[in-house]
Design a protein around this ligand. Structure first.
Ligand SMILES: NC(=O)c1ccc[n+]([C@@H]2O[C@H](COP(=O)([O-])OP(=O)(O)OC[C@H]3O[C@@H](n4cnc5c(N)ncnc54)[C@H](OP(=O)(O)O)[C@@H]3O)[C@@H](O)[C@H]2O)c1
Length: 264
């Protein structure tokens, strides 16, 4: 199948200030898309915007928002309405993880994690889909994780948010596939980004880290063929099949051993 044509399309990317989000912005700009970049770090977003304009001559809009806050999505929707920007491509990439015994992790931080990893993608998708349906064209990529494939002791909330995103994305793929909307759940394994600095624990990193540009290139290829799920990297794909061969109870015990904090 031919590569999908992003020329003249507008892509909204959350988490664009770093890691995979920044890489999505770069690869989509290289393929001719105008960009709407969202995260909290204004200086990083502005630096990326300048780079994309210089290298690819595309139009770039920066929106600084904390997506864990309930007012963020209505604010973004209103801003896009004022600018008359209606995204054809939505990349829900912003996200973070918490790691450690569940009861010791701050409940406020875990609430933010649920809001950012689950609610923000749901609300953004809900806000952007009608415009896509009107045009009969749209691409939505939700960045889940291999953590979605099984329950994750010591990352209980993170794993649950990513399982939510995987299920949500696959369901939308089923609903909208005949209406010109492509929905991909991207499930990266360990990827070389700032993610583990934010988690503040290398123990949460399983396997060799893939470069972010490779993961993003594979995701865009998966959109080309309208796949609904991509586990990036063969090793990650193999690990993601474990649930087919052992009971769910056994699976949790295996993952508990892998993720158990060294201090526990
Ligand atoms: N790296 C991995 O190993 C890995 C594996 C599987 C899945 N993932 C998923 O991949 C996605 C991207 O992560 P990454 O690896 O690229 O990590 P990253 O480099 O830490 O990027 C995270 C991005 O999310 C943004 N963000 C965090 N909190 C936010 C908030 N409250 N509001 C708005 N934006 C916020 C950050 O921007 P600001 O700080 O500027 O707001 C940053 O741009 C996440 O959903 C993560 O769960 C990562």
């Amino acid at each position: 199948m031919n590569s999908f044509d992003y020329t003249g399309k507008t892509a909204l990317v959350t988490g664009a200030s770093s890691g995979m989000g920044r890489e999505f912005a770069r690869q989509l700009a290289a393929r001719g898309a105008a960009l709407i970049l969202i995260a909290r770090s204004e200086a990083k977003l502005q630096a990326l915007a300048a780079e994309l304009v210089r290298k690819h001559g595309v139009s770039v809009t920066v929106i600084v928002q904390d997506l864990a806050k309930s007012e963020a999505i209505p604010h973004i929707a209103a801003r896009l309405e004022t600018l008359r920007h209606y995204p054809d491509v939505l990349i829900n990439c912003a996200g973070f993880a918490t790691y450690g015994p569940f009861e010791k992790l701050s409940i406020d931080r875990q609430r933010d994690e649920i809001n950012l990893n689950c609610l923000a993608p749901v609300e953004l998708t809900h806000a952007m889909l009608p415009g896509m349906l009107q045009k009969g064209f749209g691409v939505i990529i939700n960045v889940a994780s291999t953590a979605a494939m099984q329950p994750d002791p010591y990352m209980a909330i993170y794993g649950a948010t990513k399982a939510f995103l995987l299920s949500f994305s696959n369901a939308l793929w089923g609903e909208y596939r005949s209406k010109g909307i492509r929905v991909l759940a991207l499930c990266p394994g360990a990827t070389d980004t700032a993610f583990f600095d934010v988690v503040n624990a290398d123990e949460a990193s399983v396997g060799k880290r893939m470069p972010a540009d490779k993961v993003v290139a594979q995701a865009l290829q998966a959109v080309d063929t309208n796949r609904n799920t991509l586990i990036a990297g063969f090793g990650n794909w193999l690990l993601g099949q474990l649930h087919r061969f052992v009971t769910r109870q056994r699976l949790v015990l295996i993952v508990e051993k892998i993720l158990r904090p060294r201090s526990a």
